[in-house]
Design a protein around this ligand. Structure first.
Ligand code: S3P
Length: 172
């Protein structure tokens, strides 16, 4: 399968636990593109882990580092890029994604309890999940942003990652 010829970047957005990294990796393999995870890109660039960055720099500074990592990531072609769950909260990031040519953004959608349960089964340190009530508020605040910034919304709650990839390829 090939990605549509006019596209150079497929971007996956959504909350933590949406499947951005899992689905992104499968999708990239399916179309023969590279996969790039924004969190991993940021960690490699700063030589620090996400929890370290939150702890040492605070969330505001973390977000600025995330923005520069995003600008760097969007310099690549033929990539599937998984954003961080909070990347779209920054207007600069949304504009950057919107204004980068040949870039198509997909929202992986699921209800908060599903996302939260998935995250609890994962062994990933996520500072933003330490307080579940606050995480739910973040989800509610972000949900309309995810929807609006994406050209396509794909529900993931009742599908395996492989099924989501097929649905996504059909809808592109
Ligand atoms: C965050 C999501 C994380 C990571 C950081 C903050 C958030 O990315 O960027 O822990 O604010 O939702 P994932 O969605 O890849 O877990």
């Amino acid at each position: 399968t090939q990605a549509p010829a006019h596209l150079k970047r497929l971007v996956l957005t959504g909350f933590m636990g949406a499947g951005k990294s899992t689905i992104g990796r499968l999708l990239a393999a399916r179309i023969g593109w590279n996969f790039l995870d924004l969190d991993a890109h940021l960690e490699a660039r700063t030589n620090a882990t996400i929890p370290q960055l939150f702890e040492q720099q605070g969330e505001a500074r973390f977000r600025r580092l995330e923005s520069t990592a995003l600008a760097s990531a969007l310099g690549y072609s033929n990539i599937v890029l998984a954003l961080g769950g909070g990347t779209p909260e920054d207007l600069t990031n949304r504009l950057l994604l919107e204004q980068t040519p040949a870039t198509f953004t997909i929202f992986l959608d699921a209800p908060f309890p599903t996302l939260f349960d998935r995250c609890m089964l994962q062994d990933i340190a996520r500072p933003v999940l330490e307080d579940p009530a606050a995480a739910q508020l973040r989800f509610e605040r972000r949900h309309p942003l995810y929807r609006r910034m994406a050209a396509l919304t794909i529900p993931t709650a009742d599908q395996t990652p492989a099924q989501t990839v097929e649905a996504l390829l059909l809808a592109l």
